[in-house]
Design a binder for this molecule. Structure first.
Ligand code: SAM
Ligand code: DTB
Ligand code: SF4
Length: 328
């Protein structure tokens, strides 16, 4: 049934708009054909054996008013999480310096907010400027933004803003009820208008079906400008969240999602994001083969465990992958 409030898309003239059936045909190919095609697209646009490293930090943890069904930080669920107020700048800078020393080129600061308050934003702005001074690219994910807040973040030196669509418009109300799909698209537009790079992706393995994975990727690729960075997260099932017992997604369907993202958004970095801790090396290698060229690097994601940096370095060595160097 069509939604009561259809999402407003602003379409550029002359840009290919991916249709549902067209993307479904990509997904339906034999696995090897799909991965081969994705790898070809990847090689036309990127260094084939280079992966970009982003390090995450949670700068404000838990007690979030939103009800995102996957999220351990929502105040709606009892997840045994240690809440933390906004971290002092010095503590964030210490973590950022460690990220530089470990070889990351981007530092992504996440806050469990519905949106940043005008009271707390100034401290975040100062933090962003200080992190940038260390030579890192900066990224933040702070919830919904008003246009003027996006401009302040850009002025402070924020390179990327992460705001995920999470899933298809169709499946969205099964996952979140406290903000709309259109709210998310509006934030992405504000980020774009402020001149920042857009980081937007989603989560798979939340009980959605293939048409939802198609819908998510289509919406991202059909944006007036595709996001520069596209995180594809495998759901981390956290006890206490409504999705803790959802059925596993077939690994091959995850890899297909990466491959289709690569084909639909040839010039975007596709990030193999949450869920790597639970993936074996062969699975990760196939994700790189399918066109993933960025990872979250560091022992922790926001509140859950990530693959260890030692293990990542060993895996890169075994695969002949090198970490992308800083651009400046
Ligand atoms: N509160 C802000 C917001 O939601 O816009 C920023 C932080 S929020 C934790 C950032 C993103 O992390 C979410 O949009 C979601 O895509 C991802 N995420 C959260 N919990 C996850 C989980 N259990 N598994 C995979 N991804 C998750
Ligand atoms: C994104 O797409 N994934 C990251 C980042 N953007 C902020 C977050 C993953 C969170 C996984 C659950 C946790 O550690 O709390
Ligand atoms: Fe809050 Fe973000 Fe978690 Fe949703 S994903 S509950 S907005 S921290």
């Amino acid at each position: 049934m069509p939604s009561a409030n259809p999402v407003q898309y602003i379409q550029p003239i002359n840009r290919h708009q991916w249709g549902q059936a067209e993307v479904a045909d990509l997904f339906a190919q034999p696995f090897m054909d799909l991965v081969f095609q994705a790898q070809q697209v990847h090689r036309e646009n990127f260094e084939p054996n280079q992966v970009q490293l982003s390090t995450l930090i949670s700068i404000k943890t838990g007690a979030c008013p939103e009800d995102c069904a996957y999220c351990p930080q929502s105040a709606h669920y009892d997840t045994d999480l240690e809440k933390e107020k906004l971290l002092p700048i010095a503590e964030i800078l210490e973590a950022a310096q460690k990220a530089v020393d470990a070889g990351a080129t981007r530092f992504c600061m996440g806050a469990a907010w519905r949106n940043p308050s005008d009271r707390e934003l100034p401290q975040v702005l100062a933090t962003i400027s200080a992190v940038k001074e260390l030579g890192l690219e900066t990224c933040a994910t702070l919830g919904m933004l008003k246009p003027e807040q996006a401009h302040l973040l850009a002025e402070a030196g924020l390179d990327y803003y992460n705001h995920n669509l999470d899933t298809s418009e169709k499946y969205y109300d099964q996952i979140i009820t406290t903000r709309t799909y259109q709210n998310r698209l509006d934030t992405l537009q504000s980020v774009r208008d402020a001149g920042m790079n857009v980081c937007a992706g989603g989560i798979v393995g939340m009980g959605e079906d293939e048409s939802d994975r198609i819908g998510l990727l289509r919406t991202l690729a059909n944006l007036p400008t595709a996001p520069e960075s596209v995180p594809i997260n495998m759901l981390v099932k956290v006890p206490g969240t409504p999705l803790e017992d959802v059925a596993d997604l077939d690994d091959f369907d995850f890899i297909r999602t990466i491959a289709v993202a690569r084909i639909l958004m040839p010039q975007s970095y596709v990030r193999l994001s949450a869920g790597r801790h639970e993936m074996n090396d062969q699975m990760q290698a196939l994700c790189f083969m399918a066109g993933a060229n960025s990872i979250f690097y560091g022992e922790e994601l926001l509140t859950t465990e990530n693959a260890s940096s030692d293990h990542d370095r060993q895996l890169f060595d075994r695969l002949g992958i090198s970490a992308e160097k800083a651009q400046r």
